[in-house]
Design a protein around this ligand. Structure first.
Ligand code: F6R
Length: 608
């Protein structure tokens, strides 16, 4: 998704903008550009492709100046091209704008502007913005931007500079993230905190329709009526290191290795032995929990896969019926909800447009919403009634890993919290699960030390075009995530099936050499799983299994096996997903893929 950076200060804007955009690369992009003001002259450099292309152009023709805006674009309206790249400018070249989001009524605005003689050079929705600002500009850029946004429908975070007021930057957001970084005599704006972390830890998290006006005189925050507002400064506690690769070859590998810490952090102060579970930002009462008729878990992609585990554990531990929905499907099926229905949305970014639509639909039907998200101040955290933050830290690699395991931890915490309130489990049973959860970080460390079998397997199989993932119960949930990870970063096609379902169709695809990755971590159904594996092996499939330590009998039926530490059955997904993440990673490495930035994917999908 697009990234925005802006700077007003005493330093050269160019290098600060490029550095900030680099920190936002994980959002996915296809082109980049900057607009910088120097001595009252506005200059724009922008081009299709990676940031390196833009840097090369800036090296050839440097742009001087202390005020500027920068952008990385992920195409929505109009193909990736130099013309469609941001910043966009008015015809006189005096106003420049970067935009993240989608202007839904842009066709109407475009026609309206064209009728007034405005000429367009790009295919983007965003280009209407500088022309609208130009139309309204009467010597006051803040006033012109305010009038412009009243005409815009859709989602936006925009930043604007003009050579007519050369020390000023104006920015505003609606349904698209935007933060303001506060330095000493210098200010930043950005789509996300990592872009400013090298410069400041003090930020404002802008809400919808809040404007920031930055100039050499300082900073002003305004509401949609132009009235000054006061905001609390948010102090970022992540260390700058946490947003860097820190010695690993890729962010994804680093993030896989951060999982023991992420699991521990997410449990901190929530899972305490001998004490009831209390959750800071969750205010749902005991009575409300007792009266719940149904829970919907709604999410996309990896977060949805965490929801598969959530459904299983909430039903098992708290005995509340759970329906699971893919967010992009949810609102089109007229779901049955009322004030006794709870929605749990799961979203790493807390900005996913499909998930946010589902959340808003639930609220419109009077249902309560709990957001499980990794981003403080994200749209989901602001709009939900209750929030459970996953403390995974910033996730930079596009493919989600540490966010997923912390989402699983969040599901266990919520399930236990409900079980405690509904008294569906005894105190002793809850304590037993908590003890087992507290062992997870150590067990995760153990799995991470044992990569060789996975590496050897990938070296032998990476040239295959198709693979299957199978499992039963919670193993099936993990199979879904393993399969998604493999597709995303290695571009190998794979499908995940409940193992018992194979004989109802997919077994027809089994032949000599078919690669099957089988999860057999659930003690209660281990023997059933081994029978399914044998059915495949006799048809020539090469089965790579994951089984709990001690179950050596599986070796007779499989091509290769990786043993994973024994944990309580319901907690196994937290551990068994780790070798699958590594499997996807090493497959992608063998194939020479861009692991951290897989093709066609974006980290934060803020359009439906
Ligand atoms: C997969 C991945 C995506 C996201 C999905 C939802 O590795 O990253 O499938 O899980 O786009 O994103 P969030 O969790 O930010 O709502």
């Amino acid at each position: 998704m697009c990234g925005i950076v802006g700077y007003v200060g005493k330093k050269q804007a160019s290098s600060i903008l490029i550095e900030g955009l680099r920190k936002l690369e994980y959002r996915g992009y296809d082109s980049a550009g900057v607009a910088i003001i120097d001595n009252g002259v506005l200059s724009v450099t922008k081009c299709k492709g990676r940031l390196a292309n833009l840097e090369a152009q800036l090296l050839e023709e440097p742009l001087k100046g202390n005020v500027g805006i920068g952008h990385t674009r992920w195409a929505t309206h109009g193909k990736p091209s130099d013309e469609n790249s941001h910043p966009h400018t008015n015809e006189k070249g005096t106003i420049s704008v970067v935009h993240n989001g989608i202007i839904e009524n842009y066709i109407h605005l475009r026609e309206w502007l064209m009728a007034k003689g405005y000429k367009f050079i790009s295919e983007t929705d965003s280009e209407v913005i500088p022309h609208l600002i130009d139309f309204y500009y009467d010597g006051d850029i803040v006033d012109a931007v305010m009038k412009t946004v009243t005409k815009m429908e859709g989602s936006y975070a925009i930043a604007v500079v003009t050579s007519n007021e050369p020390d000023k930057l104006v920015a505003v957001r609606k349904d698209s993230p935007l933060i303001v970084g506060l330095g000493k005599d210098e200010f930043y704006i950005a789509s996300d905190i990592p872009a400013v972390l090298n410069h400041t830890r003090e930020v404002y998290l802008l809400e919808d329709k809040e404007f920031v006006v930055i100039s050499n005189d300082g900073i002003k925050l305004l509401d949609a009526e132009g009235k000054t507002i006061n905001k609390e400064i948010f102090h970022v506690t992540w260390d700058a290191e946490a947003a860097e690769k820190g010695g690993y070859e890729h962010f994804m590998l680093k993030e896989i290795h951060e999982q023991p810490k992420a699991i521990r952090d997410t449990m901190t102060s929530r899972i305490v032995l001998g004490e009831p579970i209390t959750l800071d930002d969750i205010n749902i009462t005991k009575d409300q929990i007792k009266n719940l008729n149904k829970i919907y878990i709604v999410a996309c992609g990896t977060a949805y896969n965490a929801g598969v585990v959530g459904k299983y554990v909430i039903e098992k531990l708290a005995r509340i019926p759970v329906e699971l929905d893919i967010a992009s499907e949810f609102k089109y099926r007229d779901p049955i909800m009322d004030k006794n229905t709870l929605m749990i949305v799961i979203s790493q970014s807390g900005e996913t447009a499909d998930t946010m639509s589902a959340l808003r639909l639930a609220k419109s039907k009077g249902s309560r919403v709990i957001a499980v998200t990794n981003v403080v101040g994200s749209a989901a955290s602001r709009e939900a009634d209750d929030v459970l933050y996953t403390w995974a830290g910033p996730e930079i690699a596009v493919a989600s890993t540490k966010a997923y395991v912390t989402q699983l931890i969040a599901m266990y915490i919520i399930a236990l919290f409900f079980a405690q309130n509904k008294e569906t489990l005894s105190h002793e049973e809850i304590e037993e699960i908590k003890i087992a959860m507290m062992e997870l970080p150590e067990k995760a460390e153990e799995v991470l030390k044992n990569k060789e079998t996975v590496q050897k397997f990938t070296a032998k199989t990476y040239m295959h075009k198709d693979m299957f993932f199978i499992g039963r119960g919670l193993d099936y949930a993990v199979a879904l995530e393993g399969s998604l990870k493999l597709k995303e970063i290695s571009y190998i096609h794979s499908d995940a099936y409940p193992a018992g379902e194979l004989k109802h169709g997919p077994i027809a695809l089994m032949e000599d050499g078919t690669i099957v990755i089988a999860l057999a971590t659930q003690e209660a159904i281990f023997d059933k799983m081994v029978s399914n594996i044998k059915e495949l092996a006799t048809r020539g499939a090469k089965v790579f299994a994951f089984a709990p330590e001690g179950h050596t009998e599986i070796e007779k039926s499989v091509f290769s096996v990786t043993y994973i530490p024994k944990v309580m059955d319901i907690l196994a997904p937290v551990i068994s997903v780790i070798p699958l993440q590594l499997l996807a990673y090493y497959m992608a490495i063998q194939k020479g893929c861009d692991v951290d930035k897989p093709r066609n994917l974006a980290k934060s999908v803020t359009v439906e």
